[in-house]
Design a protein around this ligand. Sequence first.
Ligand SMILES: *Cc1c(COP(=O)(O)O)cnc(C)c1O
Length: 365
Amino acid sequence: MSGHEQQLVQETFASNWIAPLGPQVDAFEREICAYTAAPHALALSSGTAALHLILLHLGIGAGDEVVVSTLTFSASVNPILYCGATPIFVDSETESWNMDAHLLADLLAQKAAVGKLPKAVILVHLYGQSADIDPILALCQQYNVPLIEDAAEALGTLYKGRAPGTFGYAGFYSFNGNKIITTSGGGMLVSADQTLIDHARKMATQARDDAPHYQHSELGYNYRLSNVLAAIGRGQLRVLEERVAIRRRNFDYYQETLGHLPGLTFMPEAHWGRHSRWLTVIQIDPAQFGADREQVRLALEAENIEARPVWKPMHLQPIFASYECWGGDTAAHLFNHGLCLPSGSALTTADLERVAQAVSRQRVS
Ligand SMILES: *Cc1c(COP(=O)(O)O)cnc(C)c1O
């Protein structure tokens, strides 16, 4: 926390708006719009809830197919199954590690040829780096398929100077405890479509009809964000740019101290934008480095340093293994060789030094 949050939470208590609505929620939505230049925003209990509501609004259900990046966290995929629809996975390219537009082009051409286009494409912006949005958006427009941006990990990221999440039909951010800014748990749906925002707000509030009594004509959810948590989010938003600078400094430190080691490379920063470096991620080539990713991870763990493998691709997950995947070897390679180093905003130079030394020791031993 930055210190601003406590003041805003105190104001919330003084106002007695302890509910999943209120002035802090309204202000948080306005401030996200101001930061991202999104036309409309809706504060929700999680990023997962935001994706679920977008899919529901698009009428996605049983028998429908939805395209999604394979290299991601399972929350990008689960809402497809909540709706009874079927995911189709697409592999990564190597410049940003996000969805490969060439594979998407092949997929859409083939689906169009058999007359069964997917109902949406979910494009993930991984680890604080934007995908190459323009070619993917152009394909979605060509085939008239809505583009949804999973920008859960990409608040503070830029694509050609603008915020990822605001290019497609709709996007969302996450304020889960592990993200670059947090409300402990929370999410934000953004879109230019006021109809989506209004419908999602209604569904997220138990789908109450506009009537004096409790009346419901569609299925509702309890997905709104608490006014107290929105106050925390507003405090966090004030330090977002500072957090990006700190995360980028973490990355620079690691790169300067470890970049010379043979067999150790860093997640690239694609030329089209600003990587927030939410996480610093490395690739270890065991033949050159002398130890593999798992050996390095375990050695760090033995020194009480937590590092985690890159996301295990969705097409390799037991629960999703039966679904179609276009490509998949790039994501599998990134998973097998990739390690996320400690990247928190509170790390001191001494912490970073300790991590870097523990990693380099694996090289010499
Ligand atoms: C965190 C995350 C989500 C889900 O956000 P929650 O707010 O935790 O529900 C979705 N996609 C990705 C890529 C994430 O990292």
